[in-house]
Design a protein around this ligand. Sequence first.
Ligand code: PBG
Length: 325
Amino acid sequence: MTGIERPRRLRRTPALRRLVAETGLEPRHLVLPMFVADGLAEPREIGSMPGVYQHSMDSLRRAAAEAVGAGIGGLMLFGVPRPEDKDPLGRRASDPDGILNRGLRALSAEVGEATVVMADTCLDEFTDHGHCGVLDAAGAVDNDATVARYVEMAVAQAEAGADLLGTSGMMDGQVGAIREGLDAAGWIDTGILAYAAKYASAFYGPFREAVASSLQGDRRTYQQDAANRRESIRELELDLAEGADIVMVKPAMSYLDILRDVADRSTVPVAAYQISGEYAMITAAAEHGWIDRRAAILESLVGIRRAGADIVLTYWAAEAARWLS
Ligand code: PBG
């Protein structure tokens, strides 16, 4: 055949493919979510997330140092308190001696300025009912009372050394209130990684095991409905107006269209969270020998980058960073 277009010309050799690849994936793009649990002597593997651990204070430091050695861009820490330390207000979340704040101090001492230390700024691990906020007399999540608790939590996390606060609770006005509270307490350089679009997702299942969640029911009165797209633009605009430094879309895989929408409109860097269920699915299929684990992980990460994420939170951050460097 003559005169036809031949796009295959640029796919012929690895060198040609490398030359024309549009999307890059580098260790610095990856952020590792980590769990630190109170009262653990040894790390405990999470059943639905093989290879991911609830850490003891010691193993947290070791795993963080390894991840930093692999060149990752940041760490996002979640705390798992003892069951007896949970209460309706999630008091331990803002207690400097609560597990998350102790873990943040240990992390920032361990890694210094070699990576970015991020904290989950949400109450769900600390409340005995498992909701991301405090409840009103009728048992509904009370937006404004919750935001006041987030502000206390945020200041404690800034004091504990967090560089960025991950506001994952989906309460209205949370970013603005936290910004104001941080500034008033003198933490003008502590940033906010705002979960702008966070959907109520069945794929959070394994995470709820990871943090020993007490939740009964669901989070549909505060997290977004999977059917909606415009709503994410509204959430993005609100978070930008309230002072978000970085915005996030979560989950990643089932929401790549939302990620593209947000990336096209955001004036700040955009992150996406490849969540626990995404990790569990690829891990399980690979364990069965049904997919090539490494190729599937890298393809999933490139796909998230291609959809518009500058930053990807992934439980494979350290391992993928080693492959990429
Ligand atoms: C809640 C929170 C959740 C995740 C991160 N923060 C779960 C939820 O909303 O129930 C999920 C992360 C994952 O599934 O990997 N603060």
